[in-house]
Design a protein around this ligand. Structure first.
Ligand code: HEM
Length: 322
């Protein structure tokens, strides 16, 4: 349990109270696809992929974040084209589009024109999290797909943003500081690249030295992986826990408390008074799995289109022809 049970309980109540999901509904597709269970169809596709590629969890978590943060959870990230969101630099390394195509094909085969791509992203991410050791959770459905996708709309936070700037960016999406720290827990899986870390290893804030807030053993290990004069941009696990880089668990926070955060924003969470206590709470308790799920549900309700807004795309990669 948390070191301070009273604090933990207060946080839980606050976080539940802050959860608002507009017009989305649990069980939205019940009875809308004949006798077929839409969520089970999507879960089947994720299960099969996860069995051969567990990194799909990281791919989907990042995809949901990048979709929901830009014009809301409307699947605008999925649209192909010369200047769509996909083509913006922060989305260059987003993966998993093929899984969404597969899930869409499977639901279209069961009931054409019923299930939105925006819902598929959220349901598939939930299924992947559960496969990777997260707790089972219900997600609300009923999102509609957006019809606009522009690279110029992509204003995702940079990894070297300050905690206070990041808090503001999340606030603009209706997500509070606690949600932000929980959602950054998505970095419990997946990878980044040397280019995002090399300043911390060789020239922190222009000092010509390493970041004093990075564990020295980690600095040395990463210098091996990211040599100064290298033409390779190697991958690095975001969660340096020895056995948990594929698991959705609280190891990310434990690593932060050991000064083993990877991206500047990760470690910064322990350096700012407004987030440090949350890292401590999550790293030293078993609260993370259920609170992370709640934060994901909240992320999944950012600026959603519902009712008659938007459309149900035929292909997740293109808006419908008019
Ligand atoms: C201030 C907020 C955030 C920043 C600045 C940020 C930044 C980044 C960066 C720079 C990478 C590595 C990209 C690369 O090297 O190719 C990354 C990876 C990742 N991010 Fe975030 N992120 C943020 C929030 C989130 C949130 C809220 C989630 C999910 C809930 C998330 C999930 C992931 C995952 C899973 C990966 C690994 C992807 C993979 O292995 O393909 N991030 N993030």
């Amino acid at each position: 349990m948390a070191k301070s049970p009273v604090l933990a309980l207060a946080v839980l109540v606050l976080s539940l109270a802050a959860t608002s999901h507009g017009a989305l509904q649990y069980g939205f597709y019940k009875g809308k696809c004949g006798t077929k269970d839409v969520e089970a169809i999507i879960a089947g596709v994720v299960r099969a992929r996860f069995a051969r590629d567990p990194t799909i969890v990281a791919a989907l978590l990042r995809m949901q974040f990048h979709d929901c943060f830009v014009k809301g959870c409307d699947a605008s990230i999925l649209i192909d084209g010369p200047s769509t969101e996909k083509t913006a630099p922060p989305n260059f390394s987003v993966r998993g589009y093929d899984l969404i195509d597969q899930a869409k094909a499977a639901v279209e085969a069961a009931c054409p024109g019923v299930v939105s791509c925006a819902d598929i992203i959220v349901a598939a991410t939930r299924d992947a999290v559960v496969r990777a050791g997260g707790l089972q959770y219900q997600v609300q459905m009923g999102r509609r797909d957006g019809t606009v996708s522009l690279a110029s709309n992509v204003n995702l936070p940079s990894p070297s943003i300050s905690v206070q700037q990041s808090i503001q960016a999340f606030q603009q999406k209706g997500l509070n500081t606690f949600d932000m720290v929980l959602l950054l827990g998505g970095h419990t899986v997946g990878i980044t690249h040397c280019s995002f870390v090399s300043n911390r290893l060789y020239n922190f804030n222009g000092s010509g030295k390493q970041d004093p807030n990075m564990n020295v053993a980690l600095v040395n290990a990463l210098k091996q992986r990211c040599p100064l004069q290298s033409s390779f941009n190697n991958a690095i696990n975001l969660d340096q826990g020895p056995s948990s880089s594929l698991r959705v668990d609280n190891s990310y926070y434990k690593q932060l408390l050991l000064n083993k955060g990877i991206l500047p924003i990760d470690q910064a969470l322990t350096l700012d008074w407004s987030t440090r206590w949350i890292v401590q709470l999550l790293g030293n308790s078993n609260l993370f799995p259920s609170l992370f799920n709640q934060a994901m549900v909240k992320l999944g309700s950012v600026q959603v289109l519902t009712g008659t807004q938007g459309e149900i795309r035929k292909s997740c990669r293109a808006v419908n022809k008019r």
